[in-house]
Ligand binder design. Structure first.
Ligand code: GRF
Length: 191
């Protein structure tokens, strides 16, 4: 079995899409645990409802970045897993975590990287009059949103699109892309 750890900070719709794909049998994996740095992240309730262990590392309790990630490493060490999936995890991982799990951490980002790393991607696409937008899954390295790209999914920016309308359409792409990429990584390991 291919075991996943999910890290999130908020809504958790990508996590929910991955969970749904597992439950429907289209993704051959198991989620070992969901980690959140926010006590009130809505994604936590989704995990609890599905009986998935939840690990909360509260950023208020561990305000120091490196102490936070030492706690993260300690708790990750309690699980055995193949891949860490960042799903709306709003912290930048320190080098210690990245070095501990080389090529084992992936992220999804709402832009066609290398365009628009960071926040407010949809607004920046509109501001620049781009014709195309989308989502990227990439390996996580120390440079924010800059690790090797695994796959992308694109859509056309329509006249009248707003940051909100783009966000909604890109999110729908993300849900499909993320589960497909994870399944591809699983197949690669099995092949
Ligand atoms: C997504 O847009 C993802 O690309 C970005 O953060 C957002 C998380 O959304 N990294 P959700 O929590 O998965 O709904």
């Amino acid at each position: 079995m291919f075991n996943l750890i999910v890290l999130l900070s908020g809504r958790g719709s990508n996590f929910a899409a991955i969970l749904r794909a597992i439950q429907e049998g289209s993704l051959d994996a198991r989620i070992q645990a969901v980690f959140s740095d926010k006590r009130d992240a809505p994604g936590i309730a989704i995990a609890e409802q599905a009986g998935i262990p939840v690990e909360i590392i509260d950023s208020f309790v561990h305000p120091n970045k490196s102490a936070f990630d030492q706690e993260l490493l300690l708790r990750l060490g309690h699980y055995s897993f193949d891949l860490i999936v960042l799903a709306g995890y709003m912290r930048v991982l320190t080098a210690d975590v990245i070095k501990a799990y080389p090529n084992k951490i992936i992220n999804i980002h709402p832009s066609l990287l290398p365009k628009y790393p960071g926040l407010y991607t949809h607004a920046r696409v509109i501001e620049n009059g781009d014709k195309e937008h989308g989502a990227t899954v990439h390996y996580v390295t120390e440079a924010l949103d800059m690790g090797p790209i695994i796959a992308q999914s694109a859509l056309e920016v329509l006249p009248g699109d707003t940051p909100d309308s783009l966000a909604e359409r890109v999110l729908a792409l993300e849900h499909v892309l993320y589960t497909e990429v994870i399944q591809r990584l699983i197949n690669r390991r099995v092949d």
